[in-house]
Design a protein around this ligand. Structure first.
Ligand code: ASP
Length: 331
């Protein structure tokens, strides 16, 4: 009897943790940032290149989910692809600070365990999202910053690069243009300074996860940190509601706890995902004149990708075979 019980318990453990026997559906949603993204600024050949990269990120995450892997693995894999591309404001393509450097932020959260990890203001980590994951898995902390985060990354075998790895001509010109405009008018439209990447996923075991990575906002100063590495603002996941990754004017996303707000509305008000995301992006933030968007998936696999800017690089893929990749607001 005891032996049978042991065998049964071992089997139950395998079923719940291995993913091998996972039966449910999966969904993966990604974004490559919201902002002034319209057809005039993104010619057709660049549009194709963006679509190809978004599809590559979806492929990487989907391969994991399809094989019964975890949503955490999937969001990390999808974000790494976008971090390695100069096209998005994260990792290789990070925007420049006011002084002409690059300071990167990232965070990740597991909705099953309610664990999270984040890093901010790092200058030499090729894939910040993977170090954020290590902070979550291997440290008692949630958020590490600057030199401390870099030392932690080094100790845990992260891919360390020379800061010059992040130099990109296009981004550098963007900084010069912003500085010039700032001198001339004292004002820059925040939608011109943005960009970020993120992924949220539901795996076959019903577990949700979210990840976000960014270079922040062009010409940022004084070690400014936005919402992307802040759990509850840029990233949030909680198994009974949803997983969210934000993109937009970070200061407001922090003040309005945007990612957490979506989950809280679902849990406390009992509203559907789409209603919760729209109320914040097209309600609260639009009313304040704040630019941004987010991606979210709920525990049933429903997807929401609202934005109040002219475009947002975005897409999703699902176990039923549906895949969508979009850039502009009118497509
Ligand atoms: N939210 C990011 C930040 O404020 C920027 C963005 O998403 O575009 O740092």
């Amino acid at each position: 009897m005891k032996k049978k019980l042991t065998v049964f318990l071992m089997f139950a453990w395998l079923v719940s943790f291995s993913g091998l026997f996972a039966q449910g559906n999966y969904t993966l949603v990604i974004h490559g940032g919201a902002g002034n993204v319209d057809r005039e600024r993104v010619p057709e050949d660049r549009e194709e290149a963006f679509n190809a990269k978004l599809n590559e990120a979806l492929d990487a995450g989907e391969a994991i989910l399809e094989a019964g892997g975890s949503s955490l693995e999937a969001v990390e894999a999808a974000v790494r692809i976008m971090e390695d591309s100069p096209k998005f404001n994260a990792g290789k393509g990070a925007v420049f600070t006011h002084e002409g450097g690059n300071e990167l932020d990232a965070s990740i959260m597991c909705g099953q365990q309610m664990t999270a990890g984040a890093i901010a203001g790092v200058t030499n980590i090729r894939n910040p999202i993977s170090t954020a994951r290590k902070v979550m898995d291997l440290s008692p902390h949630v958020l590490l910053t600057a030199r401390g985060a870099e030392a932690f990354a080094m100790e845990h075998g992260a891919d360390i690069v020379d800061p010059s790895y992040f130099f990109d001509e296009y981004r550098y010109d963007q900084l010069q243009e912003q500085l010039r405009r700032m001198d001339e008018t004292g004002y820059i439209d925040s939608a011109d300074m943005m960009g970020t990447v993120g992924a949220v996923a539901l795996d076959k075991n019903g577990n949700l996860a979210a990840a976000t990575s960014t270079g922040g906002m062009t010409a940022k100063r004084y070690n400014r940190v936005g919402d992307s590495p802040i759990i509850g603002a840029g990233t949030y996941a909680e198994n009974s509601s949803c997983a969210v990754s934000s993109t937009g004017h970070g200061e407001y996303f922090i003040k309005y706890a945007v990612a957490y707000d979506v989950s809280a509305q679902m849990r406390y008000k009992g509203v559907e995902l789409e209603e919760a995301t729209n109320s914040i992006i097209h309600g609260t933030l639009r009313d304040l004149g704040v630019n941004g968007g987010l991606i979210a998936v709920d525990k049933d696999g429903n997807v929401s990708m609202p934005f109040n800017t002219s475009g947002m690089f975005r897409g999703y893929t699902r176990s039923d075979g549906e895949r969508v990749v979009r850039i502009f607001g009118d497509d």
